[in-house]
Write a protein that binds this ligand. Structure first.
Ligand SMILES: *[C@@H]1O[C@H](CO)[C@@H](O)[C@H](O)[C@H]1NC(C)=O
Ligand SMILES: *[C@@H]1O[C@H](CO)[C@@H](O)[C@H](O)[C@H]1NC(C)=O
Length: 355
């Protein structure tokens, strides 16, 4: 930003002195508070995160919100996205907090699904896991080559966030803001929640002319009908002017709908004229391919992804995801004729429910 030109009239020495005096006073007053604040924050971080940062990340944390720090975070992000990206600058992204990162929990099932899916294991090379807290980050680097620790300020994202609690809502919005940044860097992405099992490569089922393609809790049978009820847990977004503008608009819309999470706000703003003005081409993805517990992808010969949506509580989620993985392996072991005859159906949801 350019500074306004300085006025040369008046009495510069005196006004400079005044400014200097005011600044000095301000620093005197503010410094103890700043120190106390930082101490309080780092204490609470220690308490809740078992503070044990890796050297490179510790360095960037020490510097607080200085320009250099933000710059190096940016570089780290750019580097990891570059390494993971496909030829056309597309990456696969998921987010992770400590509750979903523990061994045998959601993230292990997520990665396992890629390995046992049909032609999905090679997609792991393009997956970047965005960790919301240090425990998630530490677990990530044990199981996956591409991890990125997202600066988490003061809010602690490490615990299980139950649906629609304030912490959950904040975490979801942080994700939208981050995804805008990824688009601005020129990367297209598939964003997938980690409680979505990948059974087949989704790319053949995307629309070539869609900017923003999103899975649904309820699909009305027409990819452009705005009455589809979108689910923010899975989307494919191409980086362009329209998508960047849309993500900025989406993120800023949280202020008009306080307390609502990104998915609810999306299902409102999709009708707003401004979104049509942006020219964003929205496509809703059929639950026949991109299903979930709300509306399962019933044909195992077609399913690409299955989301543990319409499910409250981590224990229930992991329980049902494990059964879903068993069902998938059983399906894979069937002879072709039985596969075709659709002899096998999902045994889930069982413990997952909205009540
Ligand atoms: C799908 O929905 C769009 C938008 O509501 C509508 O214009 C179009 O006619 C619909 N297509 C079919 C096949 O119903
Ligand atoms: C799942 O449901 C069964 C039957 O209601 C129950 O016994 C079991 O404890 C539940 N498991 C979890 C992890 O919620």
């Amino acid at each position: 930003m350019e500074r306004p030109p300085r006025k040369s009239s008046g009495t510069p020495p005196r006004s400079l002195q005044r400014i200097a005096a005011a600044l000095f006073l301000a620093i005197l007053v503010a410094l103890p508070f700043a120190v106390m604040y930082r101490a309080a924050v780092s204490q609470s971080l220690q308490d809740s995160w078992e503070w044990d940062p890796l050297p490179s990340l510790a360095a960037s944390e020490e510097e607080g919100a200085e320009g250099g720090d933000l710059g190096s975070q940016d570089l780290k992000l750019e580097r990891v996205l570059q390494k993971a990206s496909m030829g056309d600058n597309t990456v696969i992204l998921t987010t992770l907090n400590a509750a979903w990162a523990s061994p045998g929990s959601v993230i292990d099932l997520f990665i396992d699904s890629f390995r046992s899916g049909v032609r999905t294991s090679s997609l792991l090379r393009h997956l970047v896991i965005i960790a919301f807290d240090w425990n998630a980050y530490k677990q990530c680097v044990k199981i996956h080559p591409y991890c990125f620790a997202l600066g988490t300020d003061v809010v602690d994202f490490s615990e299980e966030k139950r649906f629609l609690t304030p912490g959950y809502v904040e975490m979801m919005w942080k994700r939208i803001d981050f995804l805008r940044l990824v688009l601005e860097r020129g990367f297209s992405f598939i964003f997938s929640d980690a409680d979505i099992m990948w059974f087949r490569n989704p790319f053949p089922h995307f629309y070539p002319d869609g900017d923003f393609q999103i899975a649904c809790d309820h699909y009305v049978g027409n990819a452009t009908d705005l009455r589809n009820i979108a689910n923010g847990g899975f989307n494919y977004v191409k980086s362009n002017e329209r998508s960047i503008e849309f993500y900025s608009f989406w993120y800023s819309s949280r202020l008009r709908y306080p307390g609502f999470h990104d998915q609810d706000v999306f299902n409102v703003i999709k009708h707003e004229p401004y979104v049509a003005d942006i020219g964003l081409k929205i496509k809703f993805l059929s639950t026949s391919y991109f299903g979930g517990f709300c509306e399962p992808s019933r044909d195992l010969n077609k399913v690409c992804t299955m989301h543990a949506n319409c499910c409250i509580g981590l224990g229930s989620k992991v329980h049902d995801l494990r059964i879903m993985m068993e069902d998938w392996r059983n399906y894979l072991s069937l002879p072709p004729s039985l596969k075709r005859s659709r002899a096998l159906a999902w045994r889930v949801p069982q413990n997952c429910s909205l009540s």
